[in-house]
Design a protein around this ligand. Sequence first.
Ligand code: GLV
Ligand code: MN
Ligand code: MN
Length: 438
Amino acid sequence: MMDRRQFTGALAGVFAGAVLPRGPFVARQLPDAAGINAARLNAHLKELSAFGANPQGGVSRVAYSDFDRAGRAYVMDLMRAAHLDVQIDFAGNIFGRRGGTDSTLKPIVFGSHIDSVPEGGNYDGDVGSLAAIEVAQSLAEQSVRTRHPLEVVVWQNEEGGLYGSRAVSGQLTAAELSNKAWSGKTIEEGIAFLGGNPSRLAEARRQRGDIATYLELHIEQGGNLERERLNIGVVEGIVGIKQWEVTVTGIQNHAGTTPMDQRHDALLSAAKFIEMLNRVVRGEPGRQVGTVGRVQAFPGAPNVIPGRAVCSLELRDLDASKIDRLYDTIGAEARKIGDADGTTFEYRSLHENVPAPSDPAIRDLIETSAKSLGLTTRHMPSGAGHDAQAMAQLGPMGMIFIPSIGGISHSPKEYSTPEDCARGAAVLMGALLLADKR
Ligand code: GLV
Ligand code: MN
Ligand code: MN
């Protein structure tokens, strides 16, 4: 049996002189020698994509749907095959555990999510989840024991707002349990549906210091790595995200008999709101973004002036105070729209993901792991939210990105090459073994 130090040494040795070929290369040249089985990982990705497959070629596996539950059952089988001890926590997250040689150490936790957005793709979350299982399976097959206990995690309902990971970090509020998920179930119903126990959520919570290291591999979901022909992104930090439900109230009336200058059209005010928000967010320098991704008009008939419109509002930035400032400006501007139109705006907070820097020491480990594999890297922020930002509340966190072809994500067209998925998994394994030395 190889111990961890020999294995890490072997990893470095294999790649010291063997820079991976650039550009396309075939499966037999994938970084299997780093200890992961590239073909198996990619086969698992393909198998998982059958759960909730949509006609456009991606998946619609929203949290708490039957497809979500079936996909999770598939993933739990993979975990068992990887010799992990599998449990669902009270928050509905899946944990696969493996002991370390030093029982006094806190676990290294690594994984991602397998739920998707409606009409999502086959890589967001799936790559990180299946790569984590692949790492665990490869370690078992190669009889590599780590000092730290290992926990492979598949978080529940990442896409709806990091519900599973925020339950563990203690950021999930009781009021959020009644939020409706895309499946139609509330968060509370969804947790029970997945095998968690919403009345015992507090017991899923962990404290700062309970995690030795958290690692997550993910697709970039933007086009930087591909454009710059780089293999690996080392994430510097993850943006904060705040979402609200905005209700615009006007007066419902007959669309044929109400003159144009006597209307209090809630949908028209919502349209002005969308235009205004875009103007406010673009009105200052920086990487902040703001989006209305959903609008509904009520009662929703061609011959009725909408009396009520409900839309979403989302703001993101690495700086939480900037999000708050933009929100205040948007609120003040919306009041002006309401005054002019005879409508009102009300806001209900849906959830918040706080911005999270990654740990500089973990970034170094990822960089070292990538370099030992002959891979090129760059450091970059994440504009997408990730469970890693909740885990950053509990301990040192690091994230690894691989290229997204065309920078497309949250779409059935999302794609990362099998080679890049394998490279990412190999970097994850190397970073984990380096983290195990700390
Ligand atoms: C999660 O994918 C998000 O950034 O919304
Ligand atoms: Mn994701
Ligand atoms: Mn996503």
